[in-house]
Design a protein around this ligand. Structure first.
Ligand code: ADP
Ligand code: MG
Length: 269
């Protein structure tokens, strides 16, 4: 059998580099050897290389999206105890975690409930699952984002800042209630909501349902308009459960042989 000359091999490496096919560049020698010994048809050899390049591209893209998303670590759907939150259907969450039915139309997801009930965990876990399916997600504490947007507005770059957020299919705003304090803070938030309306999705976690917002927000008309847009196409989960941390601590104190966590929901004073 004829083998490629060293010069051909060197030239091929340069060409594959120019073509931006780093995976093919790395794996072709071992594939070629296998193809030669096993007598693969040329088409099979070529498609095996192309497949590898594509798979590696997907993997790198997801890795990049993961780094950009700034998700809190370790919060996955696998480690989320759905039985602790009976009002949330696992099947529905799994459908949401696929993304197709809602992210394409810019629908929203709202998670309400008292502290410790698993809102941030569930939000981050959904975000992670969506990234793994190829979507782009940004997780941020609402206060952090609001602060950045306020600075942008001061510098007259709010529009550009909002446009930059457009590349994320889903924006996760964790802990919304804490920012609903003064006019300037809420107004950038409402501009963000308006800018994404029916185009790009938002996932919000909040301790207080929207009914309570009117009490803390200075401009009720503006609030009404923003809330209206948020809930227009939204799935809402009311996670009215006792703090998971607290229950876990209670379970530890009770020791082994006691009922599982979820059986203790009503025992706390
Ligand atoms: P919230 O955002 O509603 O205040 P968190 O999501 O921060 O609550 O939950 C508090 C802690 O308890 C986190 O460490 C979280 O991982 C854990 N936790 C809460 N709910 C669950 C659950 N249903 N299954 C597993 N862990 C949970
Ligand atoms: Mg939280």
């Amino acid at each position: 059998m004829k083998t490629a000359s060293a010069a051909d091999v060197a030239r091929l490496a340069v060409m594959l580099g120019d073509l931006r096919l780093p995976t093919i560049k790395a794996v072709w020698p071992s594939f070629a050897e296998k193809a030669d010994t096993e007598g693969w048809p040329a088409a099979r050899f070529l498609s095996a290389l192309a497949e590898h390049e594509l798979a590696e591209r997907d993997r790198r893209r997801i890795e990049r999206h993961l780094a950009e998303a700034r998700l809190p670590p370790g919060k996955t759907l696998d480690t989320f105890d759905f039985e602790a939150v009976p009002s949330v259907s696992k099947a529905q969450v799994m459908a949401i975690a696929a993304g197709d039915a809602w992210l394409g139309t810019g629908a929203n997801l709202l998670l309400f409930g008292p502290p410790g009930g698993g809102k941030s965990h569930l939000a981050a876990a959904i975000g992670l699952a969506l990234i793994e399916s190829g979507w782009k997600v940004l997780f941020t504490r609402t206060t952090d984002l609001v602060q950045k947007l306020q600075i942008a507005r001061r510098d007259l770059t709010l529009e550009a800042a909002l446009a930059r957020l457009d590349r994320f299919d889903l924006l996760i705003l964790d802990d919304l209630a804490y920012v609903t304090k003064d006019q300037a803070e809420t107004s950038v938030l409402f501009e963000l909501i308006g800018a994404r309306y029916e185009r790009r999705s938002i996932l919000i976690t909040a301790n207080q349902p929207f009914g309570e917002w009117g009490k803390v927000i200075p401009d009720p008309a503006m609030t009404l308009a923003a809330v209206d847009r948020l809930v227009h196409h939204a799935t809402i989960f009311e996670m009215n459960v006792e703090s998971y941390r607290r229950r876990a601590a209670l379970d530890r104190k009770r020791g082994p042989g006691r009922p599982p966590t979820r059986a203790t929901t009503k025992t706390a004073p």
